[in-house]
Design a protein around this ligand. Structure first.
Ligand code: AMP
Length: 432
């Protein structure tokens, strides 16, 4: 019997993982320049944490969480990273240690959504959170950092959308306005939006259902009801984005699917690559009341999460160049043992070595060395052992040389340092 991976959950195979390393590496090195430090929180949290922070009436909490009981506790695989980071921030009294904390995370998230291109049940997010800075400079800086990141990966056609949903006062006032607008149109809403209209009218703006989108088309803008403080923050954000030369669209419909947001909201979309309908790469915003909701002090916060599978779909497919490799091809048992020692010495000198221990013919070993794009192939048989030499074949230059065993490590280390051949992405078959 063969097993398949769980629906919506994917294996990342070694021939794909180079691109993952690239986008993760770029992320880590860029956010470090802004002073972010990594936080690693558990994949499992108490279900209540998500219900409390993300919101009971959100799609994520209502229908997408992987939840189970264990020892009479309800546990959930994290559907996003902010709730866990905020919980850790409160639990470890981080606010008492430093006025501003800049954290980042990277890892798998779980949502029981209908899988499709760019939407999976296990997916990966990288995200940043800043605790203790009210903005708006940090809000703009975060958006700027994201644009830099996407550009560094070769992603083009980046579109930035921003909005503000203000503080509690503005949202309450807006809720009433929106309800006044939507109630007469309730009949044309999707059944799901209609059911939740009175509880959470903002969700209608966020709905992907065409009926809801049509009903909300001329809805009033939340920007109209911002209070003075919200407005000052919003104008500060727009001014900072202008200073940074970032083109952005103000989208008053942008409310995003999680309830914890306050004030600034943003999304980054891209038109490049192979994204299809799921072209939102990054979503983020302020959540100034979450730390207090989770039992901490009043600490403002802003963060974003970026879907790494979608970044991969948007990235150009330029397979990163591999390090130059050296193939060691021993012929016969004594040479195999001698090769174990030679390979160990080469690796100690920093050379990437593939030792072929399968006992195949020289011809087949050379073919294999060529297929993986090795820069050099070192051939070692009885006669080489007897003469105290190694045959060094340069597969790029099509030359070969007999090198004294005592000098071969130095020589090879110098040769591989001078560059690699193009590595085939699909190594050809494992011929006998
Ligand atoms: P959210 O946490 O819902 O605000 O989503 C932030 C980003 O995570 C989105 O813009 C996507 O790039 C990514 N994302 C969210 N859900 C999924 C999913 N089910 N599969 C793949 N990526 C996702």
């Amino acid at each position: 019997m063969q097993f398949r991976a769980v629906k919506g959950m994917n294996d990342i195979l070694p021939n794909e993982v180079g691109r993952w390393h690239r986008l993760e590496g770029e992320f880590r090195s860029l956010v470090a320049l802004y002073g972010y430090q990594e936080v690693r929180t558990p994949l499992l949290e108490h279900t209540d944490l998500f219900a409390r922070s993300i919101g009971e009436t959100t799609d994520v909490v209502e229908k997408e969480m992987f939840t189970f009981e264990r020892s009479r506790e309800s546990l959930t695989l994290r559907p996003e990273g902010t709730a866990g980071a905020a919980r850790a921030y409160v639990a470890h009294k981080q606010h008492g240690r430093e006025p501003v904390s800049r954290w980042y995370y990277l890892g798998p998230m779980f949502r029981a959504e209908q899988p499709q291109r760019g939407r999976y049940r296990q997916f990966h997010q990288a995200g940043c959170e800043v605790f203790g800075d009210r903005g708006p400079l940090v809000d703009a800086e975060m958006i700027d950092m994201l644009c830099t990141y996407l550009r560094r990966l070769g992603i083009s056609g980046i579109e930035v959308s921003v909005n503000s949903i203000g503080g509690a006062g503005a949202r309450e006032a807006y809720r009433e306005r929106l309800l006044d607008f939507l109630r007469p149109r309730a009949g044309s809403l999707s059944p799901h939006a209609r059911d939740r209209l009175e509880v959470n009218p903002l969700r209608v703006l966020d709905s992907k259902d065409e009926r809801d989108q049509a009903a909300a088309r001329d809805a009033p803008s939340i920007l109209e009801v911002l209070e003075d403080e919200d407005r000052a923050h919003w104008e500060g954000l727009c001014a900072s984005l202008d200073v940074l030369g970032i083109a952005y669209t103000v989208d008053p419909r942008l409310v995003r699917g999680l309830d914890y947001y306050t004030g600034t909201l943003f999304e980054l979309n891209a038109t490049s690559g192979d994204l299809g309908a799921q072209n939102t790469l990054v979503g983020g915003g302020r959540y100034d009341s979450m730390i207090e909701t989770l039992g901490g002090p009043s600490v403002s916060a802003i963060g974003f999460a970026m879907g790494l599978e979608r970044i991969l779909l948007a990235m150009p497919d330029d397979t990163p160049a591999s390090v130059p490799r050296c193939y060691v091809a021993p012929i016969g048992a004594p040479a195999q043992h001698a090769s174990l020692l030679l390979a160990r010495e080469l690796r100690a000198a920093g050379v990437t070595v593939d030792l072929d221990g399968r006992g195949n013919s020289l011809r087949s070993m050379l073919r294999r060395a060529d297929a993986i794009g090795a820069r050099l192939c070192l051939v070692l048989g009885d006669s080489e052992l007897e003469a105290g030499i190694v045959q060094v074949k340069d597969l790029g230059q099509h030359t070969q040389d007999r090198v004294d065993r005592g000098q071969v490590v130095d020589r090879v280390a110098r040769l591989v340092a001078t560059g690699s051949r193009q590595i085939a992405t699909q190594p050809s078959g494992d011929e006998p």
